[in-house]
Design a protein around this ligand. Structure first.
Ligand code: BDP
Length: 339
């Protein structure tokens, strides 16, 4: 399945790459400056989730707004279902300019831009309201702009709810997490978090988790309701425990190589369309979150509430302590957003 996906990814890249500048009558990637002054161009946007998933719906809304506002001159083409590759590989391609845009989780971004690591620290946000107050504040904007150092330009944040554990064996309390082999998103904070919980971390791309759970290569993974449901992970990991250890925002971003080639008017248009797609994405998120929870319950998944997260917070304290100094600026802003 993976190699077929990879072949499709390579093919899509080749096809899309050769079509990219077809509107300008060119076959090669344009040199800097080419997209200025009303140029016609296409931006491919890589998305890991399926077409009906709320981040993909946000991407499509963004594409629609860009199309309308540029009178069809700028086309955003969304490639869902990891057709262009897994997130980590896609980010590398975006840095190189081989893929123009992507929507990714902050977690893999952390390996390319340190500040985003803070978004994987457990329990730093009290709830969604707190998270969004932070994201919409000055530090949220600064982090998006700070991606320029990493050859990308952040445009907007999308909702991703809270992440919780799910496994093949019953998960009723913190104790049940101990000793498990758990798949994590690829960054070092997640590795430390699993050690703090007494589990062993197995980092891997999202697309590999389904078969890893099925074959028992891993015992457990963690995610929000929408991903747990749409990825079918619940079919072999039927025990979900709502510990809500992280709120990891999604990021819509563009390759700096392509961003720098655009006129100021086009940059404004793209940035505004991204920001205007957020409300739609968050509504789609809220709706899908409820629907996926209902479908999971219907499918007979065991869902355990965690009324008191204090023991979980205590267990992961060493992780916060380890990274406190590194992420001081971000954590100060997180504290500020709580007020
Ligand atoms: C989902 C994110 C997706 C990540 C995935 C993961 O939307 O971008 O790839 O988690 O766990 O919630 O890797």
């Amino acid at each position: 399945m993976r190699s077929k996906k990879l072949a499709t990814a390579v093919l899509s890249l080749l096809v899309a790459g050769s079509l990219l500048f077809a509107g300008c009558g060119q076959k090669q990637a344009a040199p800097a400056g080419e997209k200025k002054e009303g140029a016609k161009f296409t931006l491919r946007l890589a998305e890991t989730h399926p077409p009906d998933y709320p981040t993909t719906l946000g991407d499509k809304k963004f594409a629609e707004l860009v199309g309308e506002r540029s009178n069809g001159r700028i086309k955003v083409e969304v490639f869902p279902s990891a057709q262009l590759g897994e997130e980590k590989a896609v980010i590398e391609q975006v840095q190189l300019g081989a893929i123009e845009m992507t929507r990714v989780s902050s977690a893999p971004l952390a390996e390319f831009n340190k500040q985003f690591g803070a978004m994987s620290l457990p329990y730093i946000f009290d709830n969604d309201e707190h998270l969004w107050k932070f994201l919409e504040g000055p530090m949220g904007a600064q982090m998006l702009d700070g991606l320029e150092k990493s050859k990308m330009k952040g445009l907007a944040y999308y909702d991703s709810g809270a992440r919780s554990f799910y496994g093949r064996t019953p998960l009723k309390s913190l104790n049940d997490i101990k000793g498990l082999k758990i798949r994590v998103q690829q960054n070092k904070i997640n590795m430390d978090m699993m050690s703090a919980l007494g589990a062993s971390a197995t980092p891997m791309g999202y697309g590999e988790v389904f078969s890893a759970l099925q074959t028992g290569v891993i015992d457990a993974a963690e995610n929000n309701y929408p991903s747990y449901y749409s990825s079918n992970h619940y079919q072999s990991a039927k025990n979900f425990i709502l510990d809500k250890h992280q709120r990891v925002p999604e990021v819509l971003l563009i390759s700096k190589i392509h961003w720098d080639k655009m006129s100021d008017d086009d940059k404004k248009l793209i940035k505004q369309a991204a920001m205007d797609s957020v409300k739609f994405q968050r509504e789609a998120w809220a709706k899908y979150e409820k629907e996926s929870e209902a479908k999971l319950r219907e499918a007979g998944v065991t869902i355990t509430d965690v009324p008191d997260v204090k023991p979980w917070q205590d267990a992961v304290k060493p992780v916060i302590e380890k990274y406190q100094a590194d992420f001081k600026e971000v954590l100060d802003a997180v504290a500020q957003a709580r007020k």
